[in-house]
Design a protein around this ligand. Structure first.
Ligand code: FES
Ligand code: FES
Length: 172
């Protein structure tokens, strides 16, 4: 049996001190040890991006990152986007935009896209549609065809943008 190693990190602003098997992924520790099950795990090979979280503000595939590599970092998961920890807490602006633009169907990919979009809009609040599309291409969605996801991120960035008009049925 592998000897657990100490791990200190902040998750959604809360400090945690843990002892983890050094072989475990960040996604596994977030979900099982910290109860942050909003992060979904699909392929576990770094392809789909459903497990995307922010580590010190950068989007990472948490299935590929060892938890030990997150020592001393600040991790943000999809749970951080709502106004409070309860499932009924008010949705954050990007979550609301996803809801309003029907940017999810099964929803499995949604936490990853929300964190990807959050990182993009923080760094590049003026990102245009082409840049948003390029960013969204990092993750996989089998349901939506991506158009609504790009609409939702664009509308969150710029009310009045083509994305914000998508509800009128206009093709982008
Ligand atoms: Fe991590 Fe697919 S579950 S990239
Ligand atoms: Fe189903 Fe994206 S909404 S995979």
């Amino acid at each position: 049996m592998t000897t657990p190693i100490p791990l200190e990190l902040s998750a959604n602003g809360a400090a945690h001190t843990l002892a983890v098997d050094p072989r475990r992924s960040l996604a596994d520790v977030l979900r099982r040890d910290l109860g942050l099950t909003g992060t979904t795990v699909g392929c576990e090979t770094g392809v789909c991006g459903s497990c995307t979280v922010l580590v010190d503000g950068e989007p990472v595939r948490s299935c590929l990152m060892l938890a030990a590599q997150a020592d001393g970092t600040a991790v943000e998961t999809v749970e951080s986007l709502a106004a409070g920890p309860h499932p009924d807490s008010e949705l954050g602006p990007l979550q609301r935009s996803f809801k309003e633009h029907f940017a999810l169907q099964c929803g499995f990919c949604t936490p990853g896209f929300l964190m990807l979009g959050t990182a993009l809009l923080r760094k590049e609040p003026d990102a245009d549609r082409a840049r948003i599309t390029e960013c969204a291409a990092a993750n996989l969605c089998r349901c939506t065809g991506y158009e609504a996801i790009v609409d939702a991120i664009e509308a969150a960035a710029r009310p009045g943008s083509p994305g914000a008009d998508a509800m009128s049925g206009e093709d982008a």
